[in-house]
Design a protein around this ligand. Structure first.
Ligand code: SF4
Ligand code: SF4
Length: 389
């Protein structure tokens, strides 16, 4: 049955508002378990260190969501401007957890940007998530079983066991598939955001699209500078974890041909140093996340969606198996190296394939693009004397 109701707004001709009655319940499923308690006082917006001028959240987005105004949510980049410091949740007199609401909204938007529908399945069904991981792991396991090279047992020959031309081709294929999925999802995000409150499409001249992209996206990706304003969670901690993820992705996907070698890397090798630093950052990130979520020590860790735990679990297994491969290779245990490396690949593949375009990792791309789109939209609307929405 069609779930959307089309309402004509009487005061403005031709203006339609699409109402999705299921929106609140979907957000509750995604972690906004208490947002219906909100009585619209505005404390959260006043306390949020990142709201400024015309950018005003979370109160406004909570109202839109309670009313089921899905179009207003889709055309807003604001959910991505929040860094989930949780300060608003601490000051909410109704314990409505506006910080968790913003996180749930980002999960919801991730499912809307993804055109394959896989993100929705992953976020709304634990079973699908587990089955998808198992299927991908099994496919990688079978590929290793059928395609591995000779098993040399008198010394470690990782490159011989996992022929580099196959691993390299697979790594590059995964890289291009993930990049394509992510870019198309970002394009859908752009199409959703670039609408005014009448639902009309906003056309941005190419010149501004290019210049603003250059000025905004790399800056916010590499510095995460807006997070400096948050008092609760340390900006540097966040930055270390972001760099750890980014370095691990680059080392493992496009640079795999250089990192999978027969000889263990010397510590002076730049790739080796990058690998060690990225491993330390990932261990640090995983430990902080586990400790915080178990103790519920900060508002952003009070609610954990099943995908959060799955992310941490996959991250930990990836890091541990990666370290073990390094140790076994260094001390010369061929069979242990090959088996652990196979398990490592079986975990890394689903981790990257599912998390980068469809789940948690995607926010690393969505956030700087949201800042870019929000700036463009605000400028365009201001030039026409319209308030930013
Ligand atoms: S502080 Fe709480 S009750 Fe007040 S608007 Fe924000 S979420 Fe609603
Ligand atoms: S979690 Fe932090 S950044 Fe996000 S809305 Fe609340 S106060 Fe603002």
């Amino acid at each position: 049955m069609k779930s959307e109701v089309i309402l004509k707004q009487p005061e403005v001709s031709h203006k339609v508002l699409r109402v999705s009655p299921e929106l609140p319940s979907k957000l509750i499923e995604l972690g906004a378990t208490k947002f219906y308690r909100c009585f619209n006082c505005g404390n959260c917006t006043a306390i949020c260190p990142l709201t400024e001028g015309k950018v005003s959240y979370p109160r406004k987005l909570i109202r839109y969501s309670l009313l089921g105004l899905e179009d207003r949510i889709l055309s807003s980049a604001e959910p991505w401007l929040c860094y989930y410091c949780g300060e608003c949740s601490d000051y909410c007199p109704r314990d409505a957890e506006p910080g968790s609401f913003m996180m749930a909204l980002r999960r919801y938007l991730t499912t809307k940007y993804d055109w394959t529908g896989l993100s929705r399945l992953l976020y709304f069904s634990k079973k699908v998530e587990v089955i998808a991981i198992m299927i991908l792991a099994a496919i990688v396991g079978l590929l290793i079983y059928f395609l591995h090279g000779p098993i040399v047992l008198d010394r470690v020959e990782l490159e011989t066991f996992a022929p580099i031309h196959i691993v390299d081709t697979a790594g590059l294929a995964v890289f291009f598939i993930l990049a394509t999925l992510l870019i198309t999802n970002i394009y859908r995000m752009y199409r959703y955001v670039m609408r005014d409150d009448q639902g009309r499409r906003i056309k941005i001249p190419l010149k501004f699209l290019i210049t603003d992209f250059i000025k905004t996206v790399p800056l916010h990706f590499f510095t995460q500078m807006k997070f400096r304003l948050c008092k609760v969670w340390n900006w540097i901690n966040h930055l270390i974890i972001v760099y750890g993820y980014a370095a691990a992705f680059i080392l493992f996907v496009p640079l795999l041909r250089f990192t999978q070698t027969n000889e263990p890397f010397l510590l002076v090798n730049p790739l080796s140093i990058l690998g060690i630093l990225s491993t330390i950052a990932l261990i640090y990130g995983a430990s902080v996340a586990i400790h915080g979520r178990v103790k519920k020590s900060q508002p952003m860790w009070r609610y954990s969606h099943s995908t959060d735990w799955m992310f941490i679990l996959l991250l930990l297994v990836t890091v541990v198996t990666g370290i073990l491969v390094g140790i076994f290779r260094l001390i010369g245990l061929p069979l242990a190296t090959y088996i652990t490396y196979s398990i490592h690949l079986m975990i890394v593949a689903p981790f990257l394939i599912l998390e980068v375009p469809f789940a948690k990792w995607s926010h690393l791309a969505y956030r700087p693009f949201a800042i870019y789109f929000a700036g463009l939209k605000e400028r365009f609307l201001a030039s026409r004397g319209v308030m930013y929405v």
